[in-house]
Every structure is written in structure tokens, then in C-alpha cells.
Write a protein that binds this ligand. Structure first.
Ligand SMILES: CC(C)(COP(=O)(O)OP(=O)(O)OC[C@H]1O[C@@H](n2cnc3c(N)ncnc32)[C@H](O)[C@@H]1OP(=O)(O)O)[C@@H](O)C(=O)NCCC(=O)NCCS
Length: 193
């Protein structure tokens, strides 16, 4: 958003949940990134392009974005074992308008569907709306990614629009769905709990 020192204050060492703990990425997490982003199924769920990222692209993405200062990226670890299973991030941090884009990839496929993604998203939203001066968190998701949409809905994201038939996948055109959650919506959900 603005000055680099302030940016550092926004980066927590760790965000602790019941199932997962989010930690700052370490340089050696690159090995996991290479494995995750070379997986065709991860590419199918996350990329406009039909093929996975090349090793060069993964390395560039990791060193410039994940370890860089443009993203607020956190590694997702299973709390019990500390196993590294994925990554999540805010990008396009916009201090003028208090908004950011959210991204999440659990790269270890055997860790899907166990509640880890939902909790990691909730931890990031709590950070966004209590520690960062954010007013709005948005994301995009492909229409066919039902597991992701369900996880986002569980965290309070609502559909705000669709880019119609924006992605050709598995022989069909699908919408790209735009979802968001606002600070007051998030706060209202906390009071309901
Ligand atoms: C999307 C992702 C972050 C979700 O995290 P997760 O830990 O797998 O998901 P959770 O277990 O927290 O929640 C998934 C929910 O979807 C439901 N679900 C799973 N498959 C589903 C399907 N095919 N249709 C509808 N709902 C489905 C689960 O039952 C669960 O809901 P419930 O708790 O009400 O039962 C994770 O699967 C992932 O990273 N996938 C690969 C990359 C990706 O798709 N990233 C998102 C790009 S926008």
C-alpha cells in the first residue's frame, strides 16, 4: 500500500488457527511451489492457460511475488504436524480504497476437503479486517471450482458478478465468478458466532 516499513508491520510472523497455522514463507518453500504449480489439476483449477506453469515461471513468481513486497503471502501449514500444504496471499493491496485481492492454493491434493482452506481464508480475513486497514477483500474463481466456491461462501464471500463464459475448460465455456466480502459484513458474522 505505501511505505515499505509499514508494509513489514502488516506481515505477521504467524496466524494461528485450530487446524492450520499460517507462517511467513521461507526461501526453501520454493521446492513445494515447484511441485504444486507443476500439477495439471492445480493448473486446471487456477489458470486461464490450459497448461501448468514452467519451472522458470514458478521460480519467478515465487521470488518476485511470494517473497517480494507486492504480495502479502503466507504459507499454510497443518497445525498438528507443521506440514507445509499451500499458500495464500493478498495482492493488489490498495491503501487508497482499502481493498485487496485474495488468492489461495492448497498444493497438496491429499489435503483438500479437510477444512484447511476455509480456515486459512478465515485467518486472512481476520487479519485483513482487524490488523490491516482493509474495507474490502475480493477474489475470482472459475465456475467449475465448486469446492473453492463453497469454501469462500463459508467464509462470507458473496457473488458480486460474473465474467460470462470467460474460460474454456474441458470442452465448455465457464464463467469467472467475482466474489467479495466487506468489513462490515465480516464484523456482523463475528457477532453472530
Ligand atoms: C479451494 C481450496 C482452497 C479449498 O480448500 P479446502 O481445504 O480443500 O476446502 P474446505 O475443506 O475448507 O471446504 C470445502 C467445502 O467444499 C465442499 N466441496 C468439496 N467438493 C465439492 C464439490 N465438488 N461441490 C460442492 N462442494 C464441494 C466441501 O464439502 C466443503 O464444504 P462443507 O464444509 O460445507 O462440507 C483448496 O481445495 C485448493 O486450494 N484447491 C486447489 C487450488 C484452488 O482451487 N484454488 C482456488 C482457486 S480460486
Amino acid at each position: 500500500m505505501s511505505a515499505a516499513p509499514e508494509r513489514q508491520a502488516w506481515r505477521p510472523e504467524a496466524l494461528l488457527g485450530r487446524l492450520v497455522v499460517l507462517r511467513r514463507h521461507r526461501p526453501d518453500n520454493i521446492r513445494a511451489f515447484v511441485r504444486w504449480y507443476a500439477d495439471p489439476e492445480v493448473a486446471r483449477l487456477t489458470r486461464y492457460q490450459p497448461t501448468a506453469l514452467s519451472i522458470d515461471e514458478i521460480e519467478r513468481f515465487f521470488y518476485s511475488r511470494i517473497l517480494g513486497t507486492d504480495f502479502l503471502a503466507m504459507a499454510i501449514h497443518v497445525r498438528e504436524s507443521d506440514r507445509l500444504i499451500g499458500t495464500c496471499a493478498f495482492s493488489q493491496l490498495d491503501g487508497d480504497n482499502g481493498s485487496a485481492l485474495f488468492h489461495i492454493t492448497i498444493g497438496e491434493a491429499d489435503a483438500w476437503g479437510k477444512g484447511y482452506g476455509t480456515e486459512a481464508t478465515e485467518l486472512m480475513l481476520a487479519h485483513a479486517f482487524t490488523q490491516l486497514p482493509l474495507h474490502r477483500v475480493a477474489l475470482t474463481v472459475f465456475e467449475f471450482n465448486a469446492r473453492a466456491i463453497r469454501a469462500y461462501e463459508k467464509c462470507g464471500f458473496v457473488v458480486e458478478g460474473r465474467s460470462r463464459e470467460a474460460i474454456l475448460r474441458d470442452g465448455h465455456y465457464w464463467d469467472e465468478i467475482h466474489m467479495s466480502i466487506l468489513a462490515d459484513e465480516w464484523e456482523a458474522r463475528q457477532k453472530e458466532r
